[in-house]
Design a protein around this ligand. Structure first.
Ligand SMILES: [Zn+2]
Length: 552
């Protein structure tokens, strides 16, 4: 008979309402065999009792429904963010709090590169920068040329939608005053100022630097880095929400996910915008990849994208537009194209995740999806709007009627909450930023996410944001939209699993499901809700295999 292991714990939070708590869980063949007390385990016959979690709290392995594997791979480039941030090795990089500090750091890196014998033509690439924290001072070529007037410099913004480059890089990419691409920002005198918004404007640079940054292909080391961060954060299932899924990309994914030492289940989403394949070919490609699915690697998700980012002022907002008067944002995919592509992938039976940040984009998505569903009804499609940061109650009610789910970007409440209040949307709309409670009240299945590496991976932190809705300056953004702790824990387990169509396999600890656990030193249901983000993670269990977090 196959061996059975029974784990004893201080407490097991099952997320199964029929049996919310337990002390023992039996695991056989990577699945949960029984949950309850020791007596109930005995009914299944012989087992080995494993007491290593006797003083720990188990909950279902956490599910990150919107992140990018790049979280593990960005660290080959220097980090330029405003907030302190921990790398996969556990080392903390201090945040840079002035434009001068950013320029000084870049100068340092340029000098290091020169000392290492790297030619002046080799570009300096950095990430995590966000100009919005610097008030009205926008970064331009003037700043970056102070760091180096010879070496090309590329700064990817934290949101992944924008970049800044210096003059040598503009020259290299052939961007001049005559370039007429939407998103190439220019000075009043008509010269490009070095800010490039959204994929079309960034493309001439990306082509020259080999697609570095958020959109760069993953490698084996990056995959290992991601797994180590996931383990530190209790995550056992994660998406890679934009992946070109070339043969090379798939080889990297398949190598990692077939390695027993790799502790996270991955769901890559096919990048169905700005790719070389048309929608019909794209759908066939994804369908053929699904034949290669395993427990730990699931193809089948599709990612579409409508607008840009709110803090980058490239999201599409309804009236009254941006609070600071900025022009309305950019359609990354033209609405008519979106509807046609959505229809094709929908008819192929695939689950579509649509990026909409601004409320105009969310509304355009709903209009398009409503028409597609009227033409081609499909029960239980599980299509999901991703980010949906400005969706209000009427839109949530429409979503419920259309059977749509939402994955809200709760981490924004902390990372950009003050900027949304003061600059992008103003106090009224900032109150309903990532309106988690309105979603639940309307009956829309809810997940919440980090969009790592846009913000750090960490579902318990994300849950803390949704529960407290506090900004760095101490504002509470929309008290009425707060979740309770149990609601937030649901969103980072079963809620996210639902949006991935995996709620029958993961998201709770009950008989028949995968033995995926998040192993905690602290009980998130007992901690003060203000301390939820500080709950200590010991490690994870994925399909019955135990992973202890490095440096935990
Ligand atoms: Zn994303």
């Amino acid at each position: 008979m196959t061996p059975t292991t029974v784990y004893q714990a201080r407490k097991i939070i099952t997320m199964n309402p029929m049996q919310p708590e337990a002390t023992h869980v039996a695991v056989r063949e990577g699945r949960v065999l029984a949950v309850g007390d020791l007596e109930r385990m005995k009914a299944w016959g012989a087992f080995e009792l494993d007491a290593r979690f006797a003083d720990k709290v188990l909950m279902p392995g956490l599910v990150e429904g919107h992140c990018h594997l790049k979280e593990g791979g960005m660290w080959v480039w220097p980090y330029l963010g405003w907030f302190d941030r921990r790398d996969p090795e556990g080392r903390t990089w201090p945040g840079l709090r002035s434009m001068d500090a950013v320029v000084a750091r870049l100068r340092e890196i340029d000098a290091q590169m020169t000392a290492q014998g790297k030619p002046a033509s080799e570009p300096l690439i950095a990430w995590g920068f966000d100009p919005i924290y610097f008030g009205s001072e926008r970064m331009t070529v003037e700043h970056l040329d102070r760091a180096s007037a010879t070496r090309p410099i590329v700064i990817a913004h934290a949101n992944g939608h924008l970049m800044n480059v210096n003059r040598p890089m503009l020259r290299e990419a052939g961007i001049t005053r005559d370039t007429e691409i939407e998103g190439v920002v220019k000075f009043a005198n008509g010269e490009p100022n070095g800010e490039l918004q959204e994929p079309a404007a960034m493309f001439p640079v990306m082509r020259k630097i080999g697609n570095a940054g958020l959109l760069a292909p993953m490698d084996d080391a990056g995959m290992r880095g991601f797994a180590s961060i996931a383990c530190l954060q209790g995550v056992t299932t994660a998406t890679d929400l934009v992946n070109k899924l070339t043969e090379d990309d798939c080889a990297v994914l398949e190598r990692a996910c077939s390695d027993d030492g790799f502790g996270v289940r991955i769901l890559p989403a096919f990048q169905a915008f700005h790719g070389p394949l048309g929608a019909q070919e794209g759908a066939e490609h994804v369908r053929s990849l699904m034949k290669r699915n395993t427990d730990r690697l699931r193809y089948g998700l599709v990612k579409l994208m409508l607008d840009g980012s709110i803090q980058g002022f490239s999201a599409r907002l309804r009236w009254p537009g941006y609070f600071n008067g900025a022009d309305n944002g950019i359609w990354v995919t033209a609405p008519a194209q979106f509807e046609a592509d959505f229809e094709t992938y929908h008819r192929a039976g695939l689950t579509i995740h649509t990026h909409t940040n601004g409320d105009e984009a969310s509304e355009v998505a709903l209009d398009a999806i409503e028409r597609v569903l009227a033409r081609h009804p499909r029960p239980d499609h599980r299509h999901t709007l991703q980010h949906g940061q400005m969706i209000d109650a009427p839109m949530f009610r429409r979503m419920a009627a259309l059977g749509l789910s939402v994955n809200l970007f709760a981490n924004h409440l902390w990372y950009w909450g003050d900027q949304h209040w003061e600059m992008t949307m103003g106090p009224d709309r900032a109150q309903r930023l990532n309106a988690c409670r309105s979603a639940l009240d309307a009956g829309v299945p809810l997940a919440i996410h980090s969009d790592a590496p846009v913000t750090p991976l960490g579902p318990l932190f994300t849950a803390w944001c949704a529960v407290n809705r506090i900004s760095p300056s101490g504002r509470v953004l929309g008290e009425a939209e707060r979740l309770t702790v149990p609601q937030a824990l649901h969103a980072i387990t079963l809620g996210a699993a639902w949006t991935l169509k995996l709620d029958h396999e993961i998201g709770s600890i009950e008989c028949g499901k995968r033995a995926d656990f998040c192993v905690l030193d602290d009980d998130p249901l007992v901690l003060d809700p203000l301390r939820l983000k500080d709950a200590r993670v010991w490690g994870t269990v994925l399909s019955g295999r135990v992973f202890e977090a490095r440096g935990a």
